[in-house]
Design a protein around this ligand. Structure first.
Ligand code: ATP
Ligand code: MG
Length: 557
């Protein structure tokens, strides 16, 4: 069940108070500002939900703004993916905005700073810049170029813009305080030469504004009221405020920081995810084992389950690591309500029902959902040869095993009670087929004489089932903290995170399956068709999540 933002949090309290005080004329305008240098992950979903939910709840608007001021790493494919992912999550953003649309204005702001004597062109090389910057314990030193005249600065900046200098020869720096305990205030670079083509402005510019300069000014130009960002920007807030105070800007948004989302058994950082992809530890950015939103979508996650997860975890200033089970439970809750039930056999074992007529086939009625009448019924066919799960048979079963064994009776879901009469093995002694008898009086699984049969197992009709590949996923990392004791997270990859079963058997109705429509394979979990590798002739299904959490049990062993 969805609970879109019922719980208040500290940011919501600030917004409520601002509206009450008529700050920003009572308006709320937020933004989600991704850099288009990779794909979005579930951490971004936290920020997306927060920004859009606050805007929607308080009659405001949330902009999707691409923070695209570093052309070296940014690409159009990332822009496209981010747009469609935000839509997929269920949020409307109107026309997307781009920091690069403000390049002209940002350039004018830089000139304004120079003219005020608050910015200068520095000609230290990268090494010297670092040396002069000082450390957390030592103050920095003034650059020898700090005293350049306004005219000289304007002239050099003009020539930087005209492409007269190579990368790293000169930078434009804000003139703040080299002795500030906050390193971000030690004359930060605000513009640098970069001879790279930009995905949108192409070769129009060869100087690009730095993130800190771009971000606050873009916020202000858009009239953002609350600029919500993760905690690592707390130390940048003084620079955010300094820039807006020094310049004649339309408004001064309030930056508010919150804790990033961390989840156990995974990593949430574009840089780390990129390494997993580039070193081929996973198969692409949308690998269903990744916490990218494209990966989760392909795996079978619904937007509702992700939004609900983001609401449950809430928003605070305290860093924590959320248990991935919580995310999985959000998906279970959602799919339990809406996924149609079907039958599929992952590891098939052939069963021949010896007393069932040879050429008979009958249609049995099955419910699409045990609780939801509105989801209706379907017919499934039954014949002399069926498949059951290998795991549902034991040759020498313990007492508490209520499934099939020699001489044991079991209920076939929606069909009949059958009793195993014979076990056929191959030359190496593996069970290859079971012979059973059925009781025609038990159609639909009833026992007219009231005899007790505890076990019910799923099955498919061998005559019309579909062959499919099924992919089962496990945690991508073995350790809940993949970087424990500063380990390289690659060392902690779980070698068994993907298991592909090549010849599963699915009930016929799944011929109409579409990716993104998840099903419950009864007793096995929630599955959806793969959006990339599946074809009509060669279906591939992904397990989004099992029916219950089995990890806790396993890791105790
Ligand atoms: P990464 O560290 O994964 O590369 P990022 O912060 O560099 O992420 P951006 O594209 O700059 O990625 O992020 C856009 C917005 O999403 C930012 O406001 C950022 O604070 C937020 N964000 C990114 N990761 C998380 C996270 N794990 N939890 C919450 N918010 C996040
Ligand atoms: Mg970032």
């Amino acid at each position: 069940m969805e609970t879109d933002d019922k719980k208040g949090h500290f940011i919501e309290s600030i917004i409520i108070k601002d509206i009450k005080d008529n700050k920003n004329k009572g308006k709320v305008l937020t933004r989600f500002p991704p850099e288009p240098n990779g794909y979005l992950h579930i951490g971004h979903a936290k920020s997306i939900c927060l920004n859009f939910n606050m805007a929607n709840k308080y009659n405001g608007k949330c902009n999707l703004r691409f923070d695209d001021s570093n052309p070296a790493k940014e690409k159009q494919i990332f822009i496209d993916s981010i747009k469609s992912t935000v839509n997929w999550l269920g949020f409307e953003f109107g026309t997307p905005l781009f920091a690069s649309d403000y390049f002209e204005k940002l350039h004018d702001f830089a000139i304004e700073l120079i003219k005020k004597g608050k910015a200068y062109v520095c000609s230290l090389n990268a090494d010297d810049l670092r040396k002069y910057r000082g450390t957390l314990t030592e103050p920095g030193k003034n650059s020898p170029y700090r005293k350049r005249s306004i005219e000289e600065n304007l002239n050099l900046f003009f020539r930087m813009k005209n492409g007269e200098f190579g990368e790293g020869e000169h930078t434009l720096r804000a003139k703040i305080d080299m002795k500030s305990p906050n390193i971000n205030l030690r004359d930060p670079i605000i513009y640098r030469v970069k001879k790279a083509s930009h995905p949108r402005t192409h070769d129009q510019w060869c100087i690009y504004p730095m993130y800190d300069f771009t971000h606050c000014l873009s916020d202000s130009l858009e009239g953002i009221t609350h600029s919500l960002c993760s905690l690592e920007f707390e130390d940048h807030r003084p620079l955010y405020d300094w820039t807006l105070n020094e310049l004649e800007t339309p408004c001064h948004p309030q930056q508010i920081e919150f804790a990033r989302l961390n989840i156990n058994y995974t990593v949430l950082s574009k840089r780390k995810l990129q390494r997993l992809v580039e070193e081929n530890h996973v198969q692409g950015w949308d690998d269903p084992r990744l916490p990218t939103l494209e990966g989760l979508k392909r795996r079978g996650y619904t937007p509702e389950s992700i939004r609900n997860f983001c609401n449950i975890i809430g928003v605070s200033k305290k860093e924590s690591r959320i248990d991935v089970t919580l995310l999985e439970n959000c998906l279970r809750d959602d799919l339990n309500e809406k996924a149609p039930r079907v039958m599929a056999v992952l590891r098939p074992l052939k069963v021949t029902i010896e007393n069932y007529p040879d050429n008979k086939e009958e249609e049995l009625l099955a419910k699409n959902h045990p609780q939801r009448e509105d989801m209706g019924t379907r017919t499934i066919s039954f014949s002399k040869t069926i498949y059951v799960e290998q795991d549902d048979f034991m040759e020498d079963p313990p007492k508490k095993f209520f499934r099939l064994g020699p001489g044991r009776e079991v209920r076939l879901r929606y069909a009949y009670l059958v009793t195993c009469t014979k076990v056929i093995k191959d030359e190496s002694g593996n069970v290859k087929e079971l012979i059973c008898t059925y009781d025609p009086a038990t159609k639909g699984g009833n026992t007219p004489d009231g005899r007790k049969v505890k076990g019910t197992i799923h099955w498919v009709n061998a005559n019309d089932c579909i062959d499919a590949k099924v992919r089962l996923y496990d945690r991508l990392f073995k350790d809940e903290n993949p970087e424990r004791d500063k380990q390289d997270f690659i060392e902690n990859l779980n070698p068994d995170s993907l298991e592909e079963i090549k010849s599963s058997k699915l009930e016929k109705s799944l011929i109409n399956a579409e990716p993104e429509n998840a099903y419950q394979f009864e007793r096995l979990g929630y599955f959806c068709m793969d959006s990339k590798d599946a074809t009509k002739d060669n279906p591939v299904f992904n397990r989004a999540v099992s029916l219950r959490d089995t990890w806790a049990k396993r890791s105790k062993k």
